[in-house]
Design a protein around this ligand. Structure first.
Ligand code: NAD
Length: 440
């Protein structure tokens, strides 16, 4: 390739497809080799990524390692530990009419060239974790980081080619025009994380080529807080899950449903919890992040008067700072309850009890995550059985996505398909059916 002529998206895909056709990405040794190289990248250059994440989102180094760098290392290690077993052909029972000598099994074939499009909120993790699965499955990969996290995008565009096989892994930076041009190409799978509006654009473009998609979307993830729970523990876990990354987490608790009497006690507990996490002045806490850009800051600021401010409520546009905010007495018709908040604002909506909470959830789009704080087995079982959500967390928000053996993904408006661990192999491979009937 001529270093002076930038490759077009078509060139990139053609180059990667040519590599895939040679068979180079298929041996398990190539796959594990690439994962080890990515692991080395994260250990040797993790601090560069952490600095970029700080520049983009004000993420503390602790948070950057915990939620992005070490998170991805764990995903790599889990995959390296189990890949041989996951790829093992699986025998299938053969019906009698085929004779006793016939055998059948399934095997995992790589798909080819896959496109991974990442968002800005966990811009390293959400690009790299799908790439881990795509490489472990033996594919060539085009990785498109989010232009809204420019420092992280630039760091990934420098680091991935420095560590990985550049004939099989390419990073394409850019925004809408570049992504649109990429999506015009034929891929064998498109893995998109972001909002549902763009999800539809991605799916439409993929449909032209009959390319399957995974859509990791978002939405409003509700929390039900039952009475008779330890509200100090609830408030601490809720505040951690909500305010990490300044609330810009796809599985963040979006709003709380609880009864009037529990709400009053929960409010006090939340004030204490926020204070314990970030001190009296969260703006000066190194652990508290910032809003990604002015557009999102303005969108979020307009939601701050959707209820009675229990804690927080203040903001600073220059610093893109919005305080960890809890709103009470929130009307379900208020602006903050219309769309995914995706910021550090936690509304409390009161309901008469479990039945109304379940109806409230089922009246809305199927969420990416649903959280329940309850000691009652019956309550927990009813919510599991009577609602639909991508994931369900009892007692601890966010944590289900750190379990590598659980599929991570949405349902309905919150997405389609899933990944992590062996589920990434399912997503990025074709499970081929094989029948063998001996000739004699
Ligand atoms: P974003 O604006 O960074 O967009 C995501 C990607 O789509 C980017 O790479 C961007 O370049 C691309 N894109 C934007 N407009 C496009 C267009 N018109 N055509 C083609 N590509 C385009 O991120 P976002 O969408 O603001 O991310 C936030 C949303 O993502 C939230 O709804 C959140 O819940 C969801 N999310 C989901 C998950 C998950 O794992 N399910 C994780 C993180 C975020």
């Amino acid at each position: 390739m001529n270093p002076h002529t930038p490759e077009t998206p078509a060139d990139v895909v053609a180059r990667l497809r040519a590599t895939f056709r040679t068979g180079r990405t298929k041996p398990v040794e190539w796959r594990t080799g690439q994962l080890r190289r990515m692991r080395a990248m994260l250990t040797e250059r993790g601090s560069d990524l952490a600095a970029a994440l700080h520049a983009d989102l004000g993420k503390s180094s602790t948070e950057a390692y915990r939620t992005e760098i070490d998170f991805t290392i764990r995903e790599i290690d889990h995959t390296l530990d189990h890949l041989d077993g996951w790829l093992r052909p699986e025998p299938a029972p053969v019906p009698a009419h085929l004779g006793a000598d016939a055998t059948a099994w399934t095997r995992y074939d790589p798909l080819g060239v896959v496109l991974v499009i990442a968002p800005w909120n966990y811009p390293a993790q959400l690009l790299l974790a799908p790439v881990v699965g795509a490489l472990a499955s033996g594919n060539a990969v085009v990785a498109k980081p989010s232009e809204l996290a420019p420092a992280t995008s630039a760091a990934l565009a420098e680091l991935l080619p420095a560590y990985l096989d550049t004939d099989a892994v390419a990073v394409v930076e850019g925004g809408v025009p570049e992504t649109t041009a990429l999506l015009a190409e034929r891929f064998d799978h498109v893995f998109y994380t972001g909002n549902g509006t763009v999800g539809r654009i991605v799916m439409r473009a993929a449909a032209e080529h009959l390319t399957p998609v995974t859509l990791e979307l978002g939405g409003k993830s509700p929390v039900f807080v039952d009475r008779d729970t330890d509200l100090d523990v609830v408030a601490d876990r809720l505040a951690r899950g909500k305010f990490i990354n300044a609330g810009q987490t796809c599985v963040a608790p979006d709003y709380v449903l609880t009864t009037q009497e529990t709400a009053a006690a929960l409010e006090t507990a939340l004030v204490r919890a926020v204070d314990a996490l970030y001190g009296g002045d969260p703006a000066s806490s190194p652990e508290y992040g910032r809003i990604i850009n002015e557009r999102h800051f303005d969108r979020l600021s307009a939601l701050l008067d959707s209820g009675r401010v229990v804690t927080g409520g203040d903001s600073d546009r220059t610093g893109k700072y919005i305080a960890p905010t809890v709103l009470a007495d929130v009307d379900p018709k208020s602006p903050v309850m219309q769309e995914e908040i995706f910021g550090p604002i936690l509304p409390i909506v009161t309901v008469s009890g479990l039945d109304e909470a379940i109806d409230f959830i089922n009246d809305r789009d199927k969420p990416l995550a649903l959280y329940v704080f309850s000691e009652s087995g019956e309550t927990r079982d009813r919510i599991a059985a009577e609602t639909s959500s991508g994931g369900l967390g009892y007692g601890l928000p966010l944590a289900h996505l750190t379990v590598s053996d659980l599929p991570f993904g949405g349902v309905g408006e919150s997405g389609m398909g899933n990944y992590h661990g062996r589920y990434s192999i399912e997503t990025f491979s074709h499970r081929k059916a094989v029948l063998d009937k001996p000739l004699n």
